[in-house]
Design a binder for this molecule. Structure first.
Ligand SMILES: C[S@@+](CC[C@H](N)C(=O)[O-])C[C@H]1O[C@@H](n2cnc3c(N)ncnc32)[C@H](O)[C@@H]1O
Length: 214
């Protein structure tokens, strides 16, 4: 998801010199570190950074502490890039007034927000710049009667099975989450798939990757 989102940012904003990325519900900052490493490997360390400013926004103080420690290490962040960890509710955080955000990502985090509507509305109205991109990967279940053409239809049993399973961790797979994302952002690409859980081939959890623009 991150690599694809990054390619889309480069094609949508090829000439911008200062691009900004917000990883919403970024947890320990693993995804940011992963993408920075990927970019260094594929573009070389001398290349101009794709993002000059990156915000890792998360509600959990313990996860933010891990992220802060990660990015404080020498050489964790390439020259010309600044990573800021912000420990706050993503439904209220705003970038500084002079900062224009090109990309917001959510990696398995929208399903952990209490409701999808406040963060998605806040991202589209108050965080992203005009034409900015939103990219998400998350688990989901389709609704009982239908799935949109890009969604995999989940059976009654699997819908209830997966939701009960994820309830333990406070994760919601409700179909409205994905539907609201698709409603709020103009789709650039969308993929549905099932991953393999704990290496057991027949236990496959539906997930989606969506990239859209505001
Ligand atoms: C399953 S973790 C995913 C972490 C990371 N994005 C990843 O892919 O490994 C979900 C994250 O969403 C964060 N989260 C949940 N509600 C939030 C909120 N209201 N504001 C900011 N972060 C939130 C949690 O603290 C948690 O770190």
């Amino acid at each position: 998801m991150l690599e694809r989102a990054c390619e889309t940012v480069l094609s949508e904003f090829p000439n911008e010199s200062e691009r900004v990325w917000v990883d919403m519900g970024g947890g320990t900052g693993y995804n940011i570190a992963h993408l920075l490493q990927y970019l260094e490997k594929t573009r070389g360390s001398a290349a101009k950074p794709v993002f000059t400013k990156i915000y890792c926004v998360d509600l959990s103080s313990s996860l933010c502490a891990v992220a802060k420690e990660r990015f404080a290490k020498p050489d964790a962040v390439p020259r010309g890039v600044s990573v800021e960890v912000v420990c706050v509710d993503g439904c209220v955080w705003k970038p500084p007034p002079n900062v224009k955000v090109h990309l917001v990502t959510m990696s398995y985090s929208l399903s952990m927000f209490e409701s999808p509507y406040p963060p998605v509305d806040h991202i589209s109205s108050n965080i992203l710049k005009k034409g900015g991109l939103f990219s998400i990967v998350d688990f989901y279940t389709s609704s009982s009667t239908s799935a949109t053409d890009k969604q995999l239809l989940t059976t009654w049993f699997l819908r209830h099975f997966w939701q009960s399973w994820f309830d333990v961790d406070g994760i919601s797979l409700a179909p409205e989450r994905r539907k609201y994302v698709e409603f709020k952002f103009k789709q650039i690409s969308a993929t549905s798939a099932r991953n393999i859980w704990m290496g057991i081939p027949f236990v496959r959890i539906p997930y989606y990757i969506f990239i859209g623009r505001v």
